[in-house]
Design a binder for this molecule. Sequence first.
Ligand code: PLP
Length: 452
Amino acid sequence: TTQQWQGLDRSHHMHPFTDPRDLNKKGTRVITRAEGVYIWDSEGNKILDGMAGLWCVAVGYGRQELIDAANEQLKTLPYYNSFFQTSTPSQIELSHVLSELTPPGLNRFFFTNSGSEANDTVIRLARYYWKLRGQPTKRTFIGRKFGYHGSTVATSSLSGMAPMHDQDHELLPHFAHIVHPHWYTQGGDLSREEFGLQAARELEKKILELGADNVAAFIGEPCQGAGGGIDPPSTYWPEIQRICKKYDVLLVADEVICGFGRTGEWFGSHTYGIEPDFMPMAKGLSSGYLPIGAVAIHDRIFEVLSEGGKMIHHGFTYSGHPAACAVALANIALIKKEGLVERVKSDIAPYFRATLQQMADAHPIVGELRGVGLIGAVQLVSDKANRTVLPPTHEAPIKAREFAIQNNLIMRPAGLQSLVVAPPLVITRTQVDELVDKMKRSLDQTAQLFGL
Ligand code: PLP
């Protein structure tokens, strides 16, 4: 029963990103099955999954093609590794298929189990690259405030989330952050485009402060996800790229959320015209059916790594797990067969954005709608006319999430006191209407509770 599950969960299960006290107060919600864009809990509630799990279930739940691919692979070869010059067919095929989807020059793939491991891999490989180029002092990674790149020791420092830094350690050495490109709170009288240039130039200032000889790379999500769906002004990425080139700083586009169609192109780098040296990815790569991540590596970087003349001491037992690779291949094939990337771009994302925009414009506690493609974030405000964002400790976003789940919708709080939705790419127009309707109802209840 639900009560028994909750009891055992409370006694033995430690949850990621959860306040343990909440489990004692409310107990966990047990999710037992899923189909399409819906999940069901153990009480039989049918809930619209506005977050595609954790931004990952691109093709929706219950897709037979992915299930069959996993079954077939598990029957034929459930496991083999890619250490010491061995490979399996699904690893080889997946690297090839990915090379046809990624921006030009990104032709080499290193497999991991997660986005965090993908970013950890980037840190190690980029530092090794500079060492091989005779510049071992180029070690520092510059990220952005509110950037999220993972939860390992290194990637929690790479991320720009203050509570992660405060929790268990100060920032590790060789990690620094610049401002997030959020016009609404920082733009003042500047136009979006002027502000985009100003925010990008913070990178130049930081490089000069640290010394270009000490900076290995800059990392950013094309559109910041967990930070609050922050889509940068059009001037931002071109200026960032100019600065990286000028100071010989590598550019890393973290595609863990943006990859595989969410922005309306295969990758966020396509959407914003980014030409990265490294492109970590995960989530939508397998639509979350099995864990897998990857790092796309530019030819010019791989060439140098190969010239090291010795083994690269990096890898995971499950790098390129055959079943995860087989599922990723089936997932990509399905995205292609159903034209989901094109569908996001020219059909469902425009509808999703227009519907959300209408709600956002009319709602008294929503200041702006942000995001791109099927990432939609609404900024909560106490004063719409004066662009006054709720204070960081205000409980409205958490309460709004609770109201949403009571209304059978998953949406989640994100950075800057915003709420975000990022549904599966297969969501229909009717389901978009349902999502926005439930979101509005939850925001109404929140506004009423706090007298906003
Ligand atoms: N990078 C980004 C942009 C993410 O959003 C996430 C997770 O949400 C990660 C990296 C970490 O990925 P994982 O949770 O698979 O380790």
